[in-house]
Design a protein around this ligand. Sequence first.
Ligand SMILES: [Zn+2]
Length: 187
Amino acid sequence: MVMSISGGTGRLKPVTQHSDIPEIYRDRPIGRLLEYHNLGREFEPYERAELLIGMCMDNRKHMRIPDNFAYIIRAGGANLRYSEFKVSFAIAVGGVREIALIGHTNCGMVNLISRRESFIDGLVEAAGWEREYAEQHFLHFAPMFEIGNEVDFVTSEAQRLRARYPKIPIQPMIYKVEDNLLYLVEE
Ligand SMILES: [Zn+2]
């Protein structure tokens, strides 16, 4: 399979054993996420979530985590720029103390501009839109949702969120749809 990540794969760190989890995350929500999803840790009961997962809406991904373990915000490309109120809510009211921001390989939000024709045709044919409105819709929103490159985007998005929520540890990760595992993005 051809990887869609350009120039970013060298910065992905696999997590295949407990010692691959950075010390700062051990026995913490981010460490537990890696244990549950990658290492098959047995589920424990949770009464409240301490982790927020930001991830793409893409249908190919499913987290292996216990009930009540995490809040999840799904948005194209794991782009939380337009979900900030929900992030604030999860922290302030929901009790979230760490954030895992998870991009993925072969993301549809990469090179969005190349999907212009299928986007417009699809809205016209499947949803009954006028072609002109569909074109305007795409031109207006595509630049807001284009992410360029999965690894670079999730890294810059994590940095942006750290500036907004300075007390919350935020770790960028990549979910490889090729093996369904999480990889840490090394910054
Ligand atoms: Zn995606």
